[in-house]
Design a protein. Sequence first.
Length: 348
Amino acid sequence: MSIPPAPRPLPCAPAAIDAGWRQWIAENRLRNCTPESMLATMAGAGLDTRASAAAIAQMENDPAFLAARRFQQLQRKLESVLENLQRLWFSAPDYAVVEKRPEPSLDEFVERYVRGCRPLVITDLTRDWPATQRWSPADLKQRFGHLDIEIQAERSADPKFEENKLAHRRIARLSAFVDQVLKGGPTNDYYMTANNEALRRPEFAPLLADIGRLPRVCDRAHLAARSSFWFGPAGTVTPLHHDTLMLFHTQVVGRKRWRFISPLQIAHLYNCNNVFSPIDLDRPDLQRYPDFAKAQVLEVIAEPGETVFLPLGWWHQVTSLDVSLSFSYSNLTVPNEFTYVNPEIHNW
Ligand SMILES: O=C(O)CCC(=O)C(=O)O
């Protein structure tokens, strides 16, 4: 990916090769752009060709650039370590499919899915859940319609709606939101996401009473503090990101399409901002993000009553295929707190 230069008006006299341009040269050289392609971009921006060529040549011996090259070599080594582990994982024939099966024993679950770091869909967990019989938009409206809830709204106009989620917070009366979801048809414009914190409020405690048996690895005592309720129309998209812990996500009403990418493939995901990737799995821009072509995407549809296990660090993009009600929880009894050192490079 070559970084697009900041748009500048074409000057009458050639523009100076300032510090911003020298940083641009350094970054693009580190990405192995050729001097010729960089010269073409610089000429297009009105820079003098001889001065540009000199600046590109000087960069090769700039001590700061040489230091960056050393760190780049370390990064490449780390990437190759991850890539080799990825090849090893995926040499198991069943690794590239997301398994659907009844809940395994606790030992097998911890060994194969938690430590083995594999996504899974558990098919038989919710048989005794009152929620599967009771929950529907109409039931929500009848029992909780008088309450205000936090939703995410006006998302369609903002390509970075998830990264900007604080700006999309709105308070809505739940009865009005149920009507909007039912009448509005498929859209990504509004969604009641995990941010809503409803399950921390005593008024919503009856929802928790509708949750039956949990996976054996979960601790019921921490359910209220570590669970989230999701409600929205068909067409909602949660863009590609990774979480910082492991969780379960039970689909109660409607279906969701989950796509996963292994954490070992982070080098192909242009993760320059926090836990987000700029890649949209529905329309990946390979011109801008060519390395993404190397990533392997796993896919599964979670049907009503099924529970997705999200292993540590797996990237996921999630789309609702129907009006959807779901419930996620991270109250695992195995250690489930992890630290990620996140990049915050906003102008990448
Ligand atoms: O259901 C969704 O839209 C997103 C779910 C998700 O990203 C999560 O539970 O971590």
